[in-house]
Design a protein around this ligand. Structure first.
Ligand SMILES: [Zn+2]
Length: 108
């Protein structure tokens, strides 16, 4: 189903394939000329689908990785996140200064 959504997703996929460093959702949005704050959740949604697209299209040759979010105050790392998102606060020190997850695609 081609459309605006599909196009944005393809652009994100290409960005991640071409980037030489991990990118956050807000960085991805900014690189695509989108509002980084307003579209952050939308970008996470696209990234979820991109993991599936990669499996389907490349059969495991390219894999999407996530550097987990981290608390900027106490260093707590959200290692057990199932889905790409930015947690709102740290379970250990309650800080809201959370470094967002970063994403990259690598060839296996
Ligand atoms: Zn913390």
């Amino acid at each position: 189903m081609p459309g605006v959504e599909e196009t944005t997703r393809e652009r994100i996929l290409r960005l991640l394939l071409e980037s030489r460093r991990p990118l956050s959702a807000q960085e991805i949005a900014a690189l695509l000329g989108l509002d980084p704050v307003r579209t952050e959740k939308e970008i996470y949604e696209h990234i979820r689908h991109i993991a599936k697209t990669l499996r389907r299209r490349y059969g495991g040759r390219y894999v999407l990785y996530m550097v987990p979010p981290r608390c900027r105050d106490c260093g707590y790392v959200f290692t057990d996140l199932k889905e790409p998102r930015r947690p709102s606060r740290c379970p250990r020190c309650k800080s809201q200064r959370i470094a967002p997850p970063l994403f990259y695609i690598e060839e296996r």
